[in-house]
Design a protein around this ligand. Structure first.
Ligand code: BTN
Length: 244
């Protein structure tokens, strides 16, 4: 198939492992799933909690040519996740810009895309995905923000392998389309899951906080925010967005 999936019981971070494998020449479609991570990483230097049996934590290596524009890649990945979960019957999903997955208004999972560039400018992207499958009592103390888990949606425990397969299938389609068109091909799809459209938000960038109304995402995946000082277009990288 298109994917070469490796499972480990535990590692520091599947993203760290795949960044290393990328350097040693592993190809697109290399996937690493860990039952648990000892140093799972989130965006903006945060830690990501993943213990055995409670989460799906994996990373996918995908290579792009030097000319590829990568803006919006992590948003497209978020869309692939909600599409994949939707195929399994999940409802109540939304995307909190830039790439958090929400279930019923609480965080179900997140995406951490890391990029390395080769000698001739070609890109190795490591797409890390963490999803809560079964809520654990200790998460209440460990996780600062309201969280959700997939087990809310049905009596049966979600099957990790089925969730992984559905997301990989959706990712293959999204990454293929992203290669030829970039994020612009996903704007409408992304907007249909836009959790904070029209909401009053604060945007914190380089320690500066501004308030405004959350608008659309543009062709590069930037978020439009209407503030008293004018319209901002913000990239996901260094920004924290909150509903106020
Ligand atoms: C976030 O919401 O801030 C992003 C969380 C990303 C977590 C996943 S779990 C698999 C992969 N390995 C990591 O260390 N992080 C990502």
């Amino acid at each position: 198939g298109r994917f070469d999936v490796d499972h480990v019981a535990v590692c520091d971070s599947t993203n760290t492992r795949l960044l290393e494998r990328a350097q040693r020449g592993s190809g697109s479609g290399t996937v690493l799933v860990a039952d648990a991570q000892t140093a799972g990483r989130g965006r903006r230097g945060r830690t990501w909690v993943s213990a055995p049996g409670s989460s799906l934590s994996f990373s996918l290596l995908w290579r792009f040519p030097a000319a590829q524009r990568l803006e919006g890649l992590s948003l497209a990945v978020g869309l692939a996740i909600v599409r994949g979960l939707g195929k399994l019957g999940a409802t109540g999903l939304a995307l909190k810009w830039p790439n958090d997955i929400w279930l019923n208004g609480r965080k179900l999972g997140g995406v951490l895309v890391e990029v390395a560039q080769g000698a001739r400018g070609e890109w190795a992207t490591v797409i890390g995905i963490g999803l809560n499958l079964r809520a654990q009592p200790e998460w209440v103390e460990q996780i600062a923000q309201p969280f959700a888990a997939l087990d809310e949606l049905s009596q049966q425990a979600p099957d990790r392998e089925a969730v992984l397969a559905a997301i990989l299938e959706a990712l293959l389609e999204v990454l293929t389309q992203f290669s030829s068109h970039g994020f612009v091909a996903f704007v409408d799809g992304w907007m249909s899951y836009h959790a904070l459209l029209g909401a009053d938000v604060s945007v914190e960038q380089h320690g500066l906080k501004r308030y405004g109304r959350c608008g659309a995402v543009d062709a590069l995946g930037r978020l439009t925010v209407d503030t008293p000082e004018g319209e901002m277009h913000v990239f996901g990288g260094e920004v924290s967005l909150r509903a106020t």
